[in-house]
Design a protein around this ligand. Structure first.
Ligand code: ATP
Length: 280
């Protein structure tokens, strides 16, 4: 990132690193916060600068049209997927970004292979797509809630890797973020949904069932991170207890990803320029 401003120094090393393929990632409560984090004001100012940069990068990315960008967001209930999308989405020209959310599959979706509904909403080149949950639910919720036999969901890890590698080979840049919150923070956020009338509508009893299966989800997420973080489609663990840090880290990842593409504005076709000479 081309960092500037007074916050550049303290934020130098504050970035996400991809999960090394096959590695066992620590997903304890400690990992939900970043030690020695800069203060909230510094992070928020730096995030605003990143979001401005993102707007410029999206413009040239859209014009360049050689790649698509797909950001996949996973996390437990109340991990902040919606809040993150809200904070980052505003940076973009809405014509170039599309959010897709994945709830329980419909009867029709269940009659198809699990990637059918996902592939349809993968962004085309020039577009940014954000997935709020994704095909990873098919090896997370499906596994933990025992919605399919083990042989079925076990086979999906390889199927997912093939799918994402195919997308990569076809110009789709895939970045996957697991928003990791601690048990205490989830409890506080679920209680806020119960207590705050403006948040009551977000509360679902199913969230309590999933919370009761905390350790099973941890094991399932660890497998996902170890088995599906690949060079073509890396996973990142985002410490998400603190929202300013979460927003900064993901905004920075997006900026660095788009910068790495070296997108350029296409030159005007000389024939078009000639034809428009009279207009000038
Ligand atoms: P969120 O919890 O993501 O904020 P929400 O409360 O509005 O969203 P929905 O989007 O309707 O709820 O559905 C989310 C739920 O759908 C989650 O509990 C998730 O585990 C479940 N889900 C998503 N995909 C699948 C799948 N393939 N199989 C089973 N359950 C799934």
């Amino acid at each position: 990132m081309k960092a500037n401003g007074e916050s550049a120094g303290v934020l130098n090393g504050v970035r996400l690193e991809p999960v090394a393929p096959g590695s066992a990632v620590a997903l304890g409560n400690d990992a939900a916060r970043r030690a020695g984090a800069p203060d909230k004001k510094t992070l928020e100012a730096a995030t605003r600068a990143l979001l401005e940069r993102l707007a410029d990068l999206q413009d040239v990315f859209q014009a360049d049209g050689r790649h698509a960008l797909l950001l996949i967001l996973q996390g437990r209930d109340a991990a902040g997927k919606d809040g993150l999308i809200k904070s980052v989405y505003g940076a973009f020209n809405p014509t170039g970004v599309r959010v897709a959310a994945f709830g329980p599959p419909t009867p029709l979706e269940l009659r198809h292979d699990f990637l059918w509904r996902v592939h349809q909403v993968v962004p085309p080149r020039g577009m940014i797509g954000v997935f709020n949950r994704s095909h990873y639910e098919d090896v997370l919720a499906v596994r933990v809630r025992q919605l399919a036999p083990e042989a079925v969901w076990q086979a999906r890890f390889a199927q997912i890797n093939h799918f994402e590698s195919m997308l990569h080979a076809n110009g789709v840049i895939v970045r996957k973020c697991f928003l990791h919150i601690s048990q205490d923070e989830q409890r506080a956020r679920l209680l806020a949904r119960l207590d705050d009338p403006r948040k009551n509508w977000k509360f679902r009893l199913d969230d309590l069932d999933d919370r009761a299966r905390w350790d099973d989800y941890t094991a399932a997420y660890r497998d996902v991170l170890a088995r599906c973080s690949t060079p073509a489609a890396p996973w990142y663990v985002v410490p998400a207890d603190e929202k300013p840090m979460r927003n900064y880290l993901v905004a920075r990842l997006l900026v660095e990803t788009l910068e790495s593409l070296d997108a350029t504005y296409p030159a005007m076709n000389p024939a078009v320029r000639d034809a428009a000479r009279d207009f000038r």
